[in-house]
Ligand binder design. Structure first.
Ligand code: PMP
Length: 285
């Protein structure tokens, strides 16, 4: 565990970091977050993640606190204070609307300073053997709100949906909205059919993943056929391959969905290809 965290301008041991019970993050889940991978001690796609953080702040009307470079400076300081030089970690950043004196739904007036918290944690990756075997997922109706493009800390539906996967010996819950598979409870979704990689188009019903964007970019650069298209539940069951992607999981192949075997139940060749390209891209940074 990386023990020094950043909280409102100070670097303190995680066990000593304290925040008021009047913080709106605690009372209302009124805040946003971001997660950035750190590979071999280096930030991965931090600009894209920090731009999304700024967009989330804007969407919930929290005034920008720092410029992207300022967030990066704090993160660098955090890496140094925790002696991170070659490890794989992730950075968690949370910004809430701040601490008010009374509990009211309405924004504090005059406005208060947002609370900013950052910590490092271990990136737990599936082993090579687990990846080669593939993973199980389940599907559930999407019970979230309609502004899923905001990376809000109000994650109760995601938490409950994700837990259902665990209860069913699966690793992810794929969410169905109006008959279409949208994304996972904490990942984006791809499938492969007849040699074409498909991912649902971006909309307010999903989080535009940074990993998703990179996979689209890498597929295009490497002449792998890819398109954004709606995916029905039946499309998913009859897929040649299914993947879920995120900054903390990279690209996970799903070989079993709702206890149905996908294709031949083996990890597919397109995943192998994309995984090699993705790993090569990361190693080259
Ligand atoms: N969708 C949801 C709902 C998520 O929580 C995440 C992970 N934060 C993603 C997609 C993947 O986004 P990213 O690739 O930026 O980690």
């Amino acid at each position: 565990m990386s023990s020094i965290v950043y909280l409102n301008g100070e670097y303190v041991p995680r066990s000593e970091a304290r925040i008021s019970v009047m913080d709106r993050g605690f009372l209302f889940g009124d805040g946003i977050y971001e997660i950035i991978g750190v590979y071999n001690g280096r930030l991965f796609r931090s600009e894209q993640h920090l731009e999304r953080l700024q967009r989330s702040l804007m969407a919930i009307k929290i005034e920008h606190q720092f410029r992207i470079e300022e967030y990066e400076q704090i993160i660098q300081e955090l890496l140094e204070q925790n002696n991170i030089t070659t490890e794989n970690k992730y950075i968690y950043i949370q910004v809430t609307r701040g601490i008010s004196t009374t509990r009211s739904h309405n924004f504090p007036k005059p406005s208060v300073k947002p609370s900013i918290f950052m910590m490092l944690d271990d990136l737990v990756r599936p082993s090579f053997a687990q990846l080669q075997k593939g993973f199980k997922a389940i599907t559930r109706e999407d019970s979230r709100w309609k502004d899923c493009f905001i990376k809000t800390i109000s994650l109760l539906p995601n938490v409950l949906l994700s837990e259902e996967a665990i209860e069913n010996d699966a690793t992810e819950t794929i969410l169905i909205h109006n008959g279409y598979a949208i994304e996972g409870s904490n990942s984006n979704l791809f499938n492969v059919k007849n040699g074409v990689i498909i991912t649902p188009p971006k909309s307010e019903h999903m989080l535009g993943g940074i990993t998703r964007e990179l996979i689209i970019e890498l597929a295009q650069q490497n002449n792998l056929p890819i398109k954004e298209n709606n995916i029905t539940l039946n499309d998913l069951y009859s897929s040649d391959e299914i993947w879920v992607t995120s900054a903390s999981r990279d690209i996970m192949p799903i070989v079993n969905l709702d206890d149905q075997i996908i294709a031949n139940g083996q990890v597919g060749p397109m995943w192998q290809q994309m995984q090699t390209i993705f790993q090569g891209y990361k190693d080259a940074l």
